[in-house]
Ligand binder design. Structure first.
Ligand code: ADP
Ligand code: MG
Length: 250
């Protein structure tokens, strides 16, 4: 579902990603761990072309992201084509970014109707089912300000799912939450994983990585330091940097 080859990304003369390779199969959950500043968010943003990479290639479901290859050369896709690629990739951030003047239901309905031009009645039905699925059947008419952080994040997940993505990217989805609200969001993500969604999850939740992750990728300073089965890597990290990091978050 995702294949990244030698992805390089610089901001000015600072190289933030120094040749990232990654492969995520359909239905897999890949947990991306690493210290702050190691390039995790930048890498996720490269996957849906919110950042343009300086070298390397990324494919999602066989599509080269951001470019068309012709005669061995890469040509940048037009904005419309990039937007179409992006629609197939759901993203959930640390901050929920819900529209404050719209109810939970309206937040979920918005993108499929406005961006995909789907008929509102069909989208509404799907949105209601998604909100029920994330445990918010009784909060559909609430505004974000009337919801807890955990509930808002579940709305944000439902909103991403409403676009029927092939791939979901999560960037520290529970980091901004009060500790007692983390579990309800992780439970929704677990349910999604069980249902076969392909997911890349940047998280410091080691328990989630161990229980739900199919692979764990540990990044530091723009490189992949170590990767493998989450249970094995967590129980038996091979690299000093992985050990130091795990000792801090465990
Ligand atoms: P992580 O998510 O692992 O904490 P980030 O991908 O956010 O790391 O950041 C990696 C590095 O890239 C950091 O040093 C950060 O300051 C830098 N960086 C990220 N985005 C930008 C940007 N838009 N312009 C300049 N530097 C950036
Ligand atoms: Mg980050």
């Amino acid at each position: 579902m995702v294949r990244a080859e030698q992805v390089h990304k610089s901001f000015g003369h600072i190289e933030v990603l120094k040749g990232i390779d990654l492969e995520v199969r359909s239905g897999e959950v890949c947990c991306l761990l690493g210290p702050s500043g190691s390039g995790k968010s930048t890498f996720l943003r490269c996957i849906n072309h919110l950042e343009k990479i300086n070298a390397g290639r990324i494919w999602v479901d066989g599509d080269l992201i951001g470019y068309r290859e012709r005669g061995g050369k890469l040509h940048e896709l037009r904005e419309k084509e990039v937007a179409a690629q992006r629609r197939a990739i759901g993203m959930v951030f640390q901050r929920f970014n819900l529209f404050p003047h719209m109810t939970a239901l309206e937040n979920v309905i918005e993108a499929p109707v406005r961006v995909k031009r789907e008929p509102k009645a069909a989208v509404r039905e799907r949105a209601e089912a998604l909100l029920a699925r994330v445990g918010l059947a009784d909060k559909m008419g609430n505004y974000p300000g009337q919801l807890s952080g955990g509930q808002q994040q579940r709305v944000a997940i439902a909103r991403a799912l409403a676009m029927q993505p092939k791939l979901m990217l999560f960037d520290e989805p529970t980091s901004a939450l009060d500790p007692e609200l983390v579990g309800e969001v992780l439970d929704v993500m677990k349910d999604l994983a069980r249902d076969g969604m392909t997911m890349i999850v940047v998280t410091h939740e080691i328990g989630f990585a161990r229980e739900v992750g199919d692979t764990l990728v540990f990044m530091d300073s723009g490189v992949v330091v170590e990767r493998g089965n989450p249970r094995e890597v967590i129980a038996n990290p091979r690299h000093e940097r992985t050990k130091t990091f795990l000792a801090k978050v465990l």
